[in-house]
Design a protein around this ligand. Structure first.
Ligand code: BES
Ligand code: ZN
Ligand code: MN
Length: 456
């Protein structure tokens, strides 16, 4: 196997060089193939203005990797950092590159030719080795989450997902406790959703404690391994994307992995609830009432508003466990995609948690925007015969309604909610996101847990 070396040459707009300035806009790639066997192939990558924009650097790295993918050869990008780059720059570029080089090819057939796209540092840039290592750790955890989220519903369900967490986390201090069968007494929402499923439901609690004095942070994830809507059956020409409805749970798994591999001092639990939402025999019917662990009764007005039911169980669990801070991530509402599209995660919740997440997102390469928690709208969740209902029939701000539902169960904790319905996956590749799962929430939730250990 011959590895083709490609020199990666990131260029700012203000760098004096022959490449026109328009070709040096952030993320622009220009390939100069070797004309003779002695010559090297060079890939120029635009960095745009020298304004310290870290996302532009990740974009350059991601676009470079995805361009090398199109060459359909085994390629090693050899990074030559630009003059004036620092360690943070190198980390961002390498992280973007490694994330952009990701491929989910487990289900390709025999005729598919797998190519490696790898990264190394130019000999004179050896000083960036530690930054490169950090980027490898980050990308490793994000891609672990992507592998889970991309996986098909025939192979990834509650038990197999937990098995995979155990394998991956086996060499870290993170412990994985599985809760299933009778142990799910206090997970009434999860049990109700799972009734039509092919597989047994389960919850998992991941624990990572390297600082007993730090406030306990709970990371919570929606783990619907396939969302067919339940009895409120979904329709559509292609519902394959609904296998990624466990994107929140995948993000929690990736974040716990990342905290452990970075050796962060923190006190964190990950709580995920896993099941399918299918219209099988015995499935929960619209109109049924579910009694939650805190005594709240909920009318299931729509079985397709299932995520909030199992998140309620997880929030109550985290609150009982003594969490001071809680962040959940969930592919929760189609309305979120209408509101902010595919590139921005909506963040809801208490001001301090929301502002911490907004600040941290800017550093760690995720894009979030604060959404209002309009308590005045909370009456729409009133039921005619139970304490609450899980969905609202009238058209309206469904992502806000879902967040209001969750808020009811986030008792005694400083809580925030990430609606990643739009950002968990992409059909159109861009920046460091190849088609499929993006790993949204992994970096941000890890950053939040690390930040709260110090500042919370
Ligand atoms: N998993 C979906 C939300 C979703 C939709 C994620 C599209 C990704 C892409 C969620 O369980 C759902 O079905 N939500 C309903 C709620 C409604 C019934 C109140 C929705 O958004 O339509
Ligand atoms: Zn769902
Ligand atoms: Mn649904």
């Amino acid at each position: 196997m011959r590895m083709k070396n490609v020199k990666l040459l990131p260029l700012y707009e203000d760098t004096a060089c022959a490449l026109p300035v328009t070709e040096r806009a952030a993320g622009k790639t220009t390939l100069f193939p070797a004309r003779t066997p002695e010559e090297e192939t060079v890939l120029a990558v635009g960095l745009g203005a020298r304004d310290g924009n870290r996302d532009a650097v990740r974009l350059a790295g991601g676009n470079a990797a995805r361009l090398l993918r199109t060459l359909e050869e085994d390629c090693e990008g050899v990074l030559k950092a630009p003059a004036g780059a620092d360690k943070e720059w190198a980390e961002d570029f390498c992280e973007g590159f490694l994330l952009g080089a990701y491929r989910f090819d487990r289900w390709r057939g025999e005729s598919f030719v797998r190519h490696e796209v790898t990264l190394s540092l130019a000999a004179e840039d050896a000083g960036y080795a530690a930054a490169f290592e950090r980027a490898k750790v980050t990308a490793g955890s994000v891609c672990f989450a992507r592998d889970l989220v991309n996986e098909t519903p025939g192979t990834l369900y509650a038990q197999t997902m937990i098995d995979r967490l155990r394998v991956r986390l086996g060499d870290t201090p993170v412990t994985v406790e599985q809760i299933s069968g009778d142990g799910l007494r206090d997970f009434a929402g999860l049990r109700a959703v799972s009734r039509g499923g092919h597989h047994e439901p389960a919850a998992a609690v991941l624990r990572y404690c390297t600082d007993e004095n730090a406030p306990l942070v709970a990371l919570i994830g929606k783990g619907i391994t396939f969302d067919m809507g339940g009895m409120n059956l979904k329709s559509g020409r292609d519902l394959s994307g609904m296998r990624m409805d466990m994107g929140g749970a995948g993000a929690v798994a990736g974040a716990m992995d990342l905290l452990a591999r970075r050796g962060v001092k923190a006190n964190v639990i990950g709580v995920i609830a896993l099941t399918e939402n299918l219209p099988g025999e015995g499935a929960t019917l619209p109109g049924e009432v579910v009694l939650f662990a805190d005594g709240t009764t909920v009318q299931i007005s729509n079985t397709d508003a299932e995520g909030r039911l199992l998140l309620a169980d997880c929030l109550l669990y985290a609150s009982r466990a003594g969490a001071r801070w809680a962040v959940d991530a969930a592919t929760l509402t189609g309305n979120m995609v209408q509101a902010l599209g595919k590139k921005v995660t909506g963040v809801f919740g208490e001001d301090e948690a929301v502002s911490a997440l907004t600040r941290l997102a800017k550093e760690c390469g995720e894009t979030v925007w604060p959404m209002p928690m309009v308590e005045e709208y909370a009456d729409v969740l009133k039921s005619d015969y139970a304490d609450m209902k899980n969905s609202v029939a009238e058209p309206g701000p469904g992502a806000i309604y879902a967040a209001l539902f969750l808020h009811h169960f986030a008792k005694g904790m400083e809580w925030a909610h990430l609606d990643i319905a739009g950002t968990a996956d992409t059909h159109k590749p861009w920046s460091c996101y190849p088609a499929g799962a993006t790993g949204a929430g992994v970096r941000l939730m890890a950053a939040f847990a690390a930040d709260r250990a110090m500042n919370g």
